[in-house]
Design a protein around this ligand. Structure first.
Ligand SMILES: Cc1ncc(COP(=O)(O)O)c(C=O)c1O
Length: 408
């Protein structure tokens, strides 16, 4: 028997079924018209953002990392809730612009930006977080051709990473950012070229639950930003402190103590060196804002017994929920929070594995876990599906097609 991850707060049972914002799963599926589907709660996202803002110093702006969930309706909802957006491609630039969001609120990070993407971002007025000296050269050349002063920031590859993070994006040799030692000279080149200087982007890692580690990384980031700004000899206009706030996915995971992170950051903000006194600070978060506010609903097509083990075979799978299947960067496969949505308040009574409809043993949404007895036609819910679900999974694999998406 393997334990399941913790179900995020805010979900209830209505008439015995899982309900999102008080609406039972069967009603949600009827509204969407089919399974599998993702359902996201705007109210839960707004609540999370309000709690986060209350915990952080007011001076800290909040940006949304679009890669976590780029559904246009969700972006429109986010537009009134966050201060800026982090994009990672020309495609995301088009989606965000198409959602009516002012491109001057965007910053564009990510290695391997093509010349067309650099040009499109410059024309739109987005800030480019430059990932290499060569990219800076290409951006300045594109800006020259266009006759526009580009908004340029430098993504720094710091000499530290985010302790305990699921994905490390800094420390040592990395394809991301410019090694700290090379940054001052590059910034001087950018200033000489007449670009609009937008400061530093320092993103050390992602999916950390340890508040002390996040606070420590933020402190190191502020120190590094001050050192680099001093070396450049100019006050720093802006500094993106990265993100890294994780969410509990697995058994034993606990939520980040945002009160601790906010209190530490407030202390640092109260004692900033002169070169950072007027700096605009932000963090950029994806999964923390939207992950727990989404659920993936899939229907059991068949109950099957094999060598005494029960398999609940669903119409969904890793082609929509790669992360829950354990194939998106985890070393040891552990269970996400998963429940029988149509029997949400029933007592668990049998061990079963929830699998998808793909012909691969990798397609497992819950492994040997305890559930109420479920039958064909029952709905299964996979939680923590609001981030890195629909667009971070190989939806074209085996031709089943994408899941539907609904924003409540
Ligand atoms: C540059 C950058 N910003 C933001 C994020 C979002 O991270 P998360 O969704 O864990 O907050 C990532 C994730 O890899 C990233 O690389």
């Amino acid at each position: 028997m393997k334990p399941l991850g913790p179900i995020p707060d805010g979900f209830t049972a209505v008439g015995g079924e899982l309900a999102v914002d008080g609406v039972p799963a069967s009603v949600l599926v009827a509204r969407v018209g089919r399974t599998p589907c993702f359902v996201y709660s705007r109210a839960m996202i707004a609540k999370r953002i309000a709690a986060l803002r209350a915990a952080m110093p007011p001076r800290l702006a909040l940006h949304y990392a679009v890669k976590a969930n780029p559904l246009p309706a969700l972006l429109v909802a986010m537009s009134g809730l966050v201060d800026g957006f982090d994009i990672a491609s020309g495609g995301e630039l088009a989606i965000v612009s198409g959602a009516g969001i002012d491109p001057s609120r965007l910053s564009f990070a990510g290695p391997g930006k093509r010349d067309e993407e650099l040009s499109a971002a410059i024309v739109a007025g987005a800030t480019l977080n430059l990932e290499s000296a060569r990219e800076a050269e290409r951006a300045l050349a594109a800006a020259d051709r266009l006759g526009i002063a580009p908004r340029l920031a430098v993504r720094v590859n710091p000499d530290f990473d985010l302790r305990g993070s699921g994905m490390k994006m800094g420390g040592g040799a990395k394809p991301f950012g410019i090694d700290a030692a090379q940054v001052p000279a590059l910034v001087r080149t950018i200033l000489r070229a007449g670009a609009e200087w937008r400061g530093f982007h320092i993103f050390a890692g992602s999916q950390a639950l340890d508040a002390a580690a996040i606070a420590e990384t933020q402190a190191l980031t502020l120190t590094l930003a001050a050192q680099l700004a001093d070396a450049v000899g100019e006050p720093l206009p802006a500094c993106n402190l990265g993100g890294g706030f994780g969410i509990p996915y697995f058994p034993g995971d606990v939520p980040v103590d945002i009160g601790h992170v906010g209190a530490e950051l407030s202390n640092h903000f109260a004692n900033l060196p002169q070169v950072l006194e007027h700096t605009q600070f932000c963090i950029e978060l994806g999964r923390y804002l939207v992950g727990p506010a989404g659920v993936y609903l899939t229907r059991i097509v068949e109950r099957k017994l094999s060598h005494g083990q029960t398999f609940l075979i669903t119409d969904g799978g890793l082609h929509h929920q790669l992360a829950a299947s354990g194939n998106f960067g985890t070393v040891v496969r552990r269970n996400y929070p998963v429940a029988i949505a149509s029997r949400f308040d029933a007592a668990p009574s049998e061990e079963a594995s929830v699998v998808g409809c793909l012909c691969t043993p990798l397609d497992r949404l819950a492994d040997a876990a305890l559930f109420p007895r479920a039958e064909e036609g029952d709905l299964v819910a996979v939680f923590c599906a609001g981030a890195y679900g629909a667009t971070a999974s190989p939806a074209a694999f085996l031709g089943h097609g994408p899941a539907a998406e609904l924003l409540l």
